[in-house]
Ligand binder design. Sequence first.
Ligand code: NAP
Length: 532
Amino acid sequence: MASAENLDVVIVGAGISGMYMLYRMRKLGLSTRVIEMGADLGGTWYWNRYPGARCDTDTIEYSYSFDEDLQQEWEWPERYPTQPEILTYLNHVADRHDLRPDIMFSTRVEAAVFDEASNRWRVTTAGGAAFSARFLIMATGCISEPNIPEIAGMETFEGPIHHTARFPHEGVDFSGLRAGVIGTGSSGVQAIPVIAEQATHLTVFQRSPQWSVPAHNRPTDPDLVAEIKADYAGFRARNRLESGAQLSHIPANDVSALEVGEAERQRILEERWQLGGFPFFGAFNDIVINPESNKATADFVRAKIRAIVKDPAVAEMLTPDYTIHCKRPVLDSGYFETYNRSNVRLVDINAAPIQAITPRGIRTAENEYALDIIVLATGFDAMTGALLKIDIRGRDGLKLRDKWADGPVNYLGLQVTGFPNLFTITGPGSPSVLTNMMVAIEQHVEWVTDCISYMVEREHACIEASAEAQAAWVAHVNEVASGTLWVSCHNWYQGYNIPGKPRVFMPLPNFPPYVEKCEAVVANGYEGFVLS
Ligand code: NAP
């Protein structure tokens, strides 16, 4: 057995959460190492380099809040930052706080085993390195493990096949090529208009039509930025309170779609449509809980799609018939307009499924489509994929893979019973992807930091979620989710995109009450946790 480097803390992942976690652990004076699979930092923003990749949350709130000077100094050129801009920003943060020396790149964690005799985690990497740490913090991201569908004949294709989350770093020039894109989620919807402009021809293979609203990207408004920077801390605090499902600082209208007349309803929806982005979903306060309000909103978007797309048959194929906002909402820049181009074709693979990838293209039940390059915009094994890829074993050799065989269980989305001193940043069972991720990450990192500091000060060896608290928490998450329309369609929140994955609603709706709960747990001496 390789001798292990002794540390206080091992953090897995050098994305937004791993970087901030490292910063915090250093402030506590703890010896810390971040282990990162990628050749550089940035997580999501390191890997997702597909054409058109940009964040869909306003830059002014998709940034760290912990460094006041940084947030005052940094200037974002547009409403939504591009992938390269976010990566530049994260590199700046790393340099500013000298984070790199404690990050090991190009190193994949293979296993983490809890040793009950020493109360320490032994973490081993694919390259054979070993670490022994008191605390293990999984900052592996919610949407990081790509979903590569198993399609017959994939290996026979003569051109390149790229997943959006593993796109070549040097970029891809689509000019002169016949391109095919499989998948129309956020990644596909961003990539498709850009690829269509470059490629000779683009074929989009759509399994489900997508509810998408215009992003309305634009240059940053200097007056708005000045106003926010005059009290950035206040803005962040309000943002936390408002950071519900609409992922925006712009508050939702506190009115039901059913409380207003038809003309007023249309006026509000149009006003929100013009605002662009997630605030559209805040037009009314009940679109994720009331089927009729949801339908009114959906009908408005259906009419928009039909007005934009000129060919009625194509418009029909692009118009969803399921609950709006049930799948994670998508923002676009000219997505539906792209289908008016003469070099773009839409193929409904729900009606005629893909049978095989052939040496020269894709064959469906109806046709064969000649292609030079294929892009898989097929998403991720979300929330649990990256965690379960690692062989994590807790007390009595219990494997997390077995513990979660029927879906993830934990307490507060932070800790799993039987896995002491192991924390998951934005784990399943926490608001995570139903919140602005920056806000969710900072809240978790700060909670874990306070917890570790508490333990160090009081010389506690272990903290572990109690079985009772965990069971009650899982029941709570299920109860909250079942009161929403998020359980009414086949979304990745419930694992529907991954064949064989347990159908469990993974994130917890509603951030502000969650924060209150986390604070109450601390105020009551880490209620629900066993400290030893
Ligand atoms: P996604 O939303 O899961 O979309 C994947 C697409 O591929 C869906 O259209 C899906 O169809 C289709 N698909 C999956 N497996 C397939 C198969 N075997 N055969 C054919 N089609 C298949 O993935 P994503 O677009 O990468 O986005 C994932 C999440 O990442 C987003 O929801 C968002 O949270 C985040 N994201 C954010 C941004 C941003 O900030 N701008 C950008 C990209 C991603 P079905 O709908 O039928 O499953």
